[in-house]
Design a protein around this ligand. Sequence first.
Ligand code: THU
Length: 133
Amino acid sequence: MKELLMQKAIEARKMAYAPYSQFMVGAAVLGIDGKIYTGCNIENASYGMTVCAERTAIFKMVSEGCLKFKALAVAGGGKEDSAPCLACRQVMTEFCESFDVPVYCNGPDGVIFEHTIKEICPYPFVSFEKSTV
Ligand code: THU
């Protein structure tokens, strides 16, 4: 599944709309419904309106009625490990099936780094409605 999900993220990267940064990113999430949802980064002339590939994929999943994912892959276009931004990590904590869910990040020469949500999302924000205090 790791390889397939990364392949889908790499494929989704082709659709990236990144005329300002030229940095193309693709992502893929495996929903608990068994379906794979993909996304790319979508930039805007008003730079702050840009949406990352990970959030595009997660939001597509949610908008199609699946509220949890059990794995996520992200394929960045750089030479470094494509670590997800902190805004995307916060969104991941909302929609991951558990904090043991794997996050696959592509690196140079086809290497796939593997982390868990727990490792990359310590101490996330939780709303008062959801908290127990
Ligand atoms: N980007 C992503 O798509 N995912 C990340 O986790 C980090 C950054 C995008 C946003 C922007 O379009 C470009 O990469 C450069 O920051």
